[in-house]
Design a protein around this ligand. Sequence first.
Ligand code: ADP
Ligand code: ZN
Length: 820
Amino acid sequence: MDIEIHWFILHNAPMISTDYIEVAVTLPVNQTFVYGLPDTFRPDACPGMRVLVPFGRRRVTGYILEGKEESGPYKTKDVLDLLDDHPLFPESDIAFLKWVAGYYIYPIGDTIKAAMPAGLACMDVSCAFVSVKGAQALEAGDLSHEEARVLGLAAAKNGISLKSLSRRDPAGAAILRRLEKKELVQVTVVLQKETAGIKTEKFISLPKQTPTQQIRMSAKRQKILSIVREAGEVSLTSLKRNVPTAPNLIKPLAQAGWLRVFSRRVFRDPLGDPVTPDTPPELTDEQAAVVQEIQGRADVFSPCLLVGVTGSGKTEVYMRLVADAVEKGRGAIVLVPEIALISQTERRFRARFGEKIAVIHSMLSQGERLDQWRKIGLGKVNIVIGARSAIFAPIRNIGIIIVDEEHDYSYKQESGLRYNARDLAVVRAKMHNCPVVLGSATPSVQSCLNVVSEKFFQLELTRRVNNQTLPEITLVDMKKYQGTWGTDSIITPELGRGIRSCLEKGNQVLIFLNRRGFSTFPVCASCGKTLGCPHCDVTMTLHKGEDHYKCHLCGHILAADIRCPDCGTGKIKNLGFGTEKIESMLKTLFPDARVARVDQDSTARKGSTLAILRQIRNRTVDIIVGTQMLAKGHDFPAITLVGVICADLSLSLPDFRASERTFQLLAQVAGRAGRGEEPGRVIMQTFNPDHFTIKAARNQDYLEFFNQETPFRKALMYPPFSRMIQLKISGKNAEKTRDHARLAADLLEQLNTREPKAQILGPIEAAIQKISARYRWQILIKGASSGNLSRMVSAMVRDPSIQKVKSVSIAIDVDPYSLL
Ligand code: ADP
Ligand code: ZN
């Protein structure tokens, strides 16, 4: 009895008193299953805990959803093991998780698995182990080349799962069967646990007793001792900064008792700096009005679009709302896009709330993430800051959800469970009866439309704090410099002069070029129009191998040597210059300036983004060249000039949201200028100075953009005026994949009976037709109601003719962002 009371206090979860439980297994099956709960587990079992259950001939992980009085019509098996001491998610979240699974048409068990931190599932897997005979054969070398390779893999990994073998080697499975017949390997089923380690760091301090053993004291050893003596305690990482060979040097010192070396778990500010507590500033009138309005709705579901120009103090508003919710005994979730921004927002929240927050993002190790999760689950913290996956954090009784930079594309998960955290924030807030604040300087078209249709209410912050002026934006028409020699066509004289005068004043320059992985984009060299599909209002993509342009929505084709259809004369140029080229040009033009580059290539190594951000903050660089990674949310007071190399680049993305993306990027990047004392300036180079997107960005006017963009979307029935589901069909065999895609489309046609009918586009081959030896096809379904689309797709994927084909998979993307 004692134990039960203890549990009850710990997690408030109802104990299960029934003989059966409903379990969601982590397998791609749509329904849940009922298992018997043996007496031994009953005192401890709660909804939200993991169990190990038999499934067919295997054992898999499942999640307890609820107790059941009866077993149902089938013979039930018993739970084999209870895997948790505490539930991973509260019972109150089960309705939310079920909703997510239903909406995104994703198996419930896999949905829960995707929502939880990684490293929790265990499952039976077939593994191949090298037999004694196999080891001898390997040593003797009397094997064929490929047999030796596969056997070598199994030997090196001390047993390899069939799954990871075929990932490394497509022919691996067949070779393995041969090896098994020859008794060179044994294939057995083992229970594999994903492991989540806990991140620790080595620390060094002086021992309590004086060392007994005398050893030779080299200069370096003495240096280490004096550093440790002075600091009292120092991490090995920071010691290595002073003495690079420290790891080797401390070992003999520790053995002789001169130093104490120990491991400790680390939680630190990602920038490595201490965070000093802050005191809340007095709110501006505008901020106070916004806070008051939202607080007035604290106990009702009220979605709010908060439009605040860059630097208007939105983060301060968020912190007040969070403090208010916490004071009332409720929890808060704060979503921010991507890593670099988390560190900045995290700093500010830590300064305000100290250790009361948990942080969830991809830079944490699996173990750290699990740890944060547990802390939240046990109710030790009730504020969570994180990237998109933090929307699933097991906070009970949520009092507010905040989505900063709500327009940001990183809220969309693009693999597995393809959810949109921004949309889920609204759903979860509804279930918790609390306000949800979507904040942005450049709100999405979708959210603006939700304001127009009165699903959301809107609040605004129109002025920068301290009344800094918004930067002045100048457009430079790049067509003027087409065909000129040297760098003028890329860094125009206007931009060059701007950079020079900024550097002369000792300020920093940010040069922005958005490449998003596209090496080329088709633009008419004389009229500046991008080459678009005549049917779809998206840009054509050059397929180099096939020597033509292709529309990724409808499959329309144009010859690779086409003249501009708009002006009839111009040659299409596939522009392609990247950040690296810009960097070297700037170094030539400004030999005295320190130039740094921030893009996917330069920041591939973990931690290097933060290192560059630190350089910018410490003003050890003068010119920063970067992609959209730099456009977001950063606050660098010394940047007074932002230069945009080619504002049109993202206009040419083959996506109906290309204009929206471009507007948001340009307005955001412009917002990086002039956040300190000095006013900022933006120089935007463009081929299309008259395009409404570029003009709206120059005026930093999201309403101007919205009003011009929506008629296009409406006329072509694009979201948010319609709903979409995209199906991504892929398989290893080209014909089978194509046939499966056609079968799926045929079934959808048959299911398309309800009025108003959905539009089924495709199947077409994907832009990248083959990725890791899988052929790819797509079907796009467009319609007025998501309910109807979802009904059609669910019925299609459950159809026996689809189910029986195991070699081709269909991934479902509800509300897709990337149509490629
Ligand atoms: P946003 O998130 O809208 O871009 P921030 O929240 O980053 O704006 O605010 C910009 C700057 O103004 C920050 O340095 C912040 O500390 C400061 N700030 C915000 N609100 C106030 C206030 N009421 N009084 C003084 N400074 C403020
Ligand atoms: Zn088209």
